[in-house]
Design a protein around this ligand. Structure first.
Ligand code: M6R
Length: 609
């Protein structure tokens, strides 16, 4: 994820900024850059790849200053490249900007800057628009130019700005993206994240939404959105660097579980236009294309495959096109029925999973249209697809996938809904209602996370079990597979998932006293069937934890314990039910003393067969 560091003071800005950027490396990035104010000019250096690439091109004694800003980029608009890396400058290189987040109306702003001011853009990024806009508005006062620019910008951002004509201050603004200011002695800092600054300072101002800061060597002034100065208490950081990287959470996995509401908001809101309808910016698939598809293959591995299992229910229901979900390592070696009327959807967090990539190539060879759902911009899967539907989970560091999964599910809903509406299968009323329900999901997920201690209590009681089952019907069966995978990969417990209707065809033989079963029962139309399944397994001595929607009190009569998720349409429950299962797995693994973020035998990205 993008990182920002800025410095002003008596020290060497280059060294301090590079050091700060290195402290943010753990978050993942694809390019890095720095801009220093040197002799009344902005000197910018940036490079694709690691910070070591950047260091090679700034290994120059003349390249030094006591004011500058730096950035590590996680590509969003435009592939990773030197030119798309930050900082971005205005046309005459007098204003330079680093930016985290997204400018939703950048196309509109860009077109106006081109039309009204003849600006020539260099990059494909939304961020360059900020630099060009401030450049156009600058009239001798950078603070005022930034304030005026911000009034025109929509979206989420933290920005740091430096101007060649004002080498004595850095201006920074926060709106829905983190920003802090570090208080030094004879120097001050800005950063997107505290770990970047811990080597130098522990006294921090936490900047709030819609605040602007003016940072000079001796002072940090904070202004609210009305331009009034704000008095802020100093926050003293007591964590060590390791804890700070994890934002105070003990593990990346738990941090990423808690980042899901934001990831879902970002994935959804970036696909909605100002009228609240789904927009497919950058996707070339037309109505004619959609009408031509007579089947869809969703192909992926691991957790991404499980997102596909839920996607099948969603897309078949919403778009009325038959969907087959396949494991990439199986698909690539079988003679599938792919032709030019097939839509092939590849799902991959990393975009580098070898089996998924090979399956994609095979489908392409047979003439399918390729749509991928990917988290890493510019990854191999993204580059080889006709169209990409990005998840906006941000970098996922824990090996066990959590926020990538829920954002992949969000994409499944948006794809299904868009295709169904375009084909006329889904009417306007359903389309609008479903989008409203999707918008409500992040807050509902926050409520689920408020029950974390209830789930961790369960984990405390059951972490020593050696065999745990997950059952469900319809979309709940897809989530069961994911719950089971989560548990086995980080806690090494032998867990097993099965569509509940299949139990009596064999697996019920394993049910006995001591078996622990999570029974996902969120589908109204299948609720009674699930109740019967629960009765059957309880009769064999199993201990059952039911998961259902608030209000389904009936479950309490049959299960030993119940977990409730907030009410929502049946189609959308997977976005919520998976979360208690993730939290349960996390605390079970913690109780068992496992290496949660890096489980044994597993890699984050599987680039071998
Ligand atoms: O990067 P991808 O989404 O293509 O990775 C696919 C699987 O390797 C991945 O989901 C894996 O199953 C996770 N470790 C599960 O938590």
């Amino acid at each position: 994820m993008c990182g920002i560091v800025g410095y002003i003071g008596d020290g060497k800005a280059k060294e301090i900024i590079i050091d700060g950027l290195k402290r943010l490396e753990y978050r993942g990035y694809d390019s890095a850059g720095i801009a220093l104010c040197i002799d009344g000019k902005i000197e910018t250096r940036k490079h694709v790849g690691g910070i070591e690439n950047l260091e090679k091109i700034i290994d120059d004694k003349e390249y030094e200053s006591n004011i500058g800003i730096g950035h590590t980029r996680w590509a969003t608009h435009g592939a990773p490249s030197d030119v798309n890396a930050h900082p971005h400058n205005n046309e005459d290189n007098t204003v330079t900007v680093v930016h985290n987040g997204i400018i939703e109306n950048y196309t509109e702003l860009k077109e106006a800057l081109i039309k009204e001011h003849g600006i020539k853009f260099r990059s494909e990024t939304d961020s360059e628009v900020i630099a060009q806009l401030i450049g156009v508005l600058y009239d001798g006062d950078l603070h005022e130019a930034v304030n005026n620019a911000v009034k025109k910008m929509r979206g989420a951002y933290a920005i740091g700005v430096v101007c060649a004509h004002e080498p004595d201050n850095i201006i920074a603004v926060r709106k829905d993206a983190p920003l802090v200011a570090g208080i030094g002695k004879g120097c001050n800092f800005i950063a997107s994240d505290i770990p970047a600054l811990l080597k130098y300072v522990r006294e921090i101002f936490l900047i709030e939404n819609n605040e602007t800061i003016v940072v000079t060597k001796n002072e940090i002034k904070i202004y609210d959105e009305n331009g009034q100065t704000v008095k802020r208490d100093v926050f003293h950081v007591t964590w060590d660097a390791d804890a700070a990287e994890k934002g105070g959470y003990p593990h990346f996995m738990l941090k990423e579980i808690h980042e899901q509401p934001k990831g879902l908001e970002d994935t959804l809101l970036r696909r909605l236009d100002k009228d609240g309808r789904i927009k497919l910016d950058g996707i070339t698939m037309t109505k004619k294309d959609i009408e031509s598809f007579n089947k869809i293959y969703i192909v992926a591995c691991g957790t991404a495959y499980h997102a596909g299992l839920v996607g099948k229910y969603t897309i078949e229901k919403m778009a009325r096109i038959p969907v087959e979900v396949d494991i990439a390592s199986e698909f690539r070696y079988r003679d599938s029925f792919v032709d030019e009327n097939t839509l092939f959807i590849a799902i991959s967090q990393s975009g580098e999973t070898l089996d998924t990539l090979a399956a994609l190539r095979e489908a392409k060879r047979k003439g399918a249209r390729i749509l991928s759902v990917v988290n890493v911009v510019g990854s191999s899967v993204a580059r080889e697809s006709d169209d990409v539907f990005y998840t906006w989970a941000g970098p996922e560091i824990a090996v066990a996938s959590t926020k990538a999964y829920t954002t992949q599910l969000m994409c499944m809903y948006l794809i299904g809904l868009y295709m169904g509406y375009t084909k006329g299968v889904v009417d306007n009323e359903y389309y609008k209602a479903m989008l409203e329900e999707l918008k409500a999901i992040p807050d509902k997920l926050r409520l689920v996370l408020k029950n974390e201690s209830l789930i961790s209590d369960l984990a405390d009681r059951f972490y020593h079990r050696e065999q745990i089952f997950f059952i469900g019907r319809g979309p709940d069966s897809g989530v069961s597979y994911e719950g089971s995978l989560k548990l086995k990969e980080i806690s090494y417990i032998n867990s097993f998932a099965i569509a509940a209707g299949e139990l009596k065809h064999g697996t019920i033989a394993l049910m006995e006293k001591g078996s622990l079963v999570f029974a996902l029962s969120t589908q109204d139309a299948l609720f009674e069937k699930m109740i019967s399944n629960i009765e059957e397994i309880k009769a064999r001595g199993a201990y059952v934890i039911g998961i259902t929607k608030e209000g389904n009190k009936e479950i309490e009569k049959q299960s030993d314990e119940s977990i409730y998720i907030p009410d929502c349409p049946d189609e959308l429950t997977p976005l919520l039910t998976v979360v208690p299962l993730q939290v349960f797995s996390y605390y079970v693994a913690k109780n068992r003393g496992c290496n949660i973020d890096k489980p044994k035998n597993l890699a984050k990205s599987v680039t071998v067969e």
